[in-house]
Design a protein around this ligand. Structure first.
Ligand code: ATP
Ligand code: MG
Length: 552
């Protein structure tokens, strides 16, 4: 995207002005995930925004793990996040950064605040501290420890650091204003005792900085020019500014807030997504039904489709809910244009062509309007499979598929006519007997009786057999977690349907893991990248069937 193509969003306007006026020589942004879960589609918006702005304005974007909470963070998440950012098509400037590598500076700055009478060690319990804090309408009260001598706080802080006290017994707090209208300014906690090993710093620390104390200073250390975050941090901005004003930090980042992405039929909270994984409602963080980047990848979404979606929804200063159909449209559009075509019969029914002998190879286009995609060789023989849904013994005129005594065209092949059915003892159709109408390859029948419709098929003697996973939306309710609702109560029981023994074109045996296709008349599918056996995942149906349901 070039800056001149379309109207600038509010962040682009600010950055353009700052660069033009020389406020900054170079834009530096960052994407700062906490490694306590996999990235979801909301994070994709933040990634596209931060990395995208850096690209647009010739700047740089850092990837920084905000790993200030050792309790919930794991290396698995760190690795998954790096993979996801790269997969989306972005590269961070220099090495990956960790908030934990700034722990020494943060500690020095905490000491600096104590020395300047701007922080103190408080010994109120969590419950007591809550009472002292006041409410939105009432001022808080000063902690009895607030005015203890600087030397005493320094000594206690040092001993907190070296493990001398129990968790919860003490905390370091900023000394700001217990009557401040903004609760975040009422002597917020800077450091807590946590006797827990950290995935980067091991056992070095027994105290950890709070997110609020760490975040702005980390940005300052990295010379971030524009700290972009979601709206819920607007109330924290005065506190971040207070730290920057009261500390000898190397730069002064400015924070700008934008509206977070909320999608209907989706939950975007790592905590809730983790619950889905931990309780086994899905097979893992990369289950193709998960709104995680790893889940979309395994489902067959392309990086381009997710970037396109993020571009379409834009950046605003207010929160809103985006229709998930927009994301589905983005991937459908991408795959329609780019995915090679193939035929796959999901629920096979054998058709025996009584007048056809031998076998032959037929040619079909790789894509209806993409000559650059190689054409396909399709085996044809006397036994083929069609989908059970494409045959009826009798039907009215609206049914344009195979019916006894009627004709249908086999896609990329001949017109056939059905003669009779064979059934098992249970009365189920096991086979259809039919005939090829001669000389109908690419031509209508010479007797003038045209085929009504076109169906897909696969030759029985030369095909691939595999499992297909039909995925659908994970929730049936458009707002699964709105108003404190239990999001588990609207899990879609039909979000996964596993079909075994599907028959596809032989060439599908060579599909690369993750490779996407349009299975003609069925939808878009990709080869599962994880399973050892050959499996295809439905990325998205050909058309939006949910829209119809909603409009009924
Ligand atoms: P969650 O609430 O799911 O845990 P989070 O905001 O706590 O998300 P972080 O790892 O702290 O997760 O987020 C990293 C970055 O991604 C932050 O800058 C955050 O503002 C941004 N982000 C998270 N969720 C969204 C969202 N839904 N829309 C846009 N940006 C988001
Ligand atoms: Mg967070």
């Amino acid at each position: 995207m070039s800056v001149d193509d379309k109207p600038l969003n509010f962040l682009e306007q600010i950055i353009k002005k700052d660069l033009e006026e020389g406020v900054h020589q170079k834009l530096i942004t960052r994407f700062p995930p906490e490694p306590n879960g996999y990235l979801h589609i909301g994070h994709a918006k933040s990634i596209c925004l931060n990395f995208g702005l850096a690209e647009t304005f010739g700047g740089e974007c850092n990837l920084r793990f905000d790993d200030t909470n050792p309790a919930k963070e794991e290396m698995e998440y760190v690795e998954a996040i790096e993979k996801d950012v790269r997969w989306l098509g972005f590269q961070w400037a220099g090495e990956v950064r960790y908030a934990s590598s700034y722990f020494d500076s943060l500690y020095e700055w905490a000491v600096h605040l104590v020395k300047h009478g701007k922080a103190y060690v408080c010994e109120l319990s969590a419950d007591e501290a809550r009472k002292y804090r006041g409410t939105l309408t009432e001022a808080g009260q000063n902690s009895p420890y607030r005015d203890r001598p600087v030397e005493e706080s320094l000594d206690l802080l040092e001993r907190m650091k070296t493990g001398g006290f129990d968790e919860g017994s003490k905390a370091l707090r900023a000394k700001i204003d217990m009557a401040h209208g903004n609760m975040n300014m009422r002597d917020p906690i800077l450091y807590r005792i946590r006797k827990q090993a950290h995935h980067q710093t091991g056992d070095k620390w027994c105290i950890y900085p709070t997110y609020d104390f760490a975040h702005g200073q980390e940005d300052a250390i990295e010379n971030i020019t524009h700290s972009i975050c979601t709206l819920e941090f607007a109330d924290h901005r005065p506190l971040y500014d207070w730290f920057i004003e009261n500390l000898p930090v190397p730069s002064r980042p400015r924070q700008y807030e934008f509206g977070r992405l909320n999608l209907n039929y989706t939950v975007t909270s790592k905590r809730k997504l983790k619950q889905l994984v931990d309780e086994g409602h899905v097979s893992g963080w990369d289950d193709p039904r998960m709104p995680t980047i790893a889940g979309y990848r395994r489902r067959g979404y392309t990086p381009a489709s997710i970037r396109k979606f993020c571009d379409m929804i834009g950046v605003t200063k207010s929160d809103g809910v985006v229709d998930v159909a927009m994301l589905e449209h983005a991937i459908r559009d991408d795959l329609d244009k780019n995915a090679p075509r193939a035929m796959c019969v999901l629920r096979p029914l054998k058709v025996v062509l009584s007048n056809y002998t031998g076998t032959e190879m037929l040619t079909a286009a790789g894509h209806p309007n993409r000559d650059d995609l190689a054409s396909r060789q399709l085996a044809f023989g006397a036994e083929i499979y069609i989908d059970k849904a494409d045959f009826r013994e009798e039907a009215n005129k609206k049914y344009k598929r195979l019916v006894i005594g009627k004709r249908v065209r086999l896609r990329n092949a001949y017109v056939i006519e059905a003669d009779e059915v064979l059934k098992n003892e249970a009365g189920e159709i096991t086979e259809v007997k039919a005939r090829v109408i001669e000389n109908t390859l690419g031509k209508d029948p010479e007797d003038g009786v045209k085929a009504k419709g076109v169906i897909h098929w696969v030759a029985a003697h030369d095909c691939a057999e595999f499992t297909v996973n039909l995925y659908d939306r994970l929730f049936t309710d458009a707002a699964p977690d709105a108003g404190g609702k239990d999001f588990l109560s609207c899990l879609n029981p039909e979000s996964l349907l596993v079909l075994e023994g599907c028959k596809g074109e032989k060439s599908l045996l060579n599909a690369e893991p993750g490779q996407g296709f349009q299975f003609e008349r069925e939808g878009y599918f990709c080869r599962d990248e994880k399973s050892e056996s050959l499996q295809f995942n439905r990325t998205i149906s050909l058309r939006d069937s949910w829209a119809k349901i909603e409009n009924k």
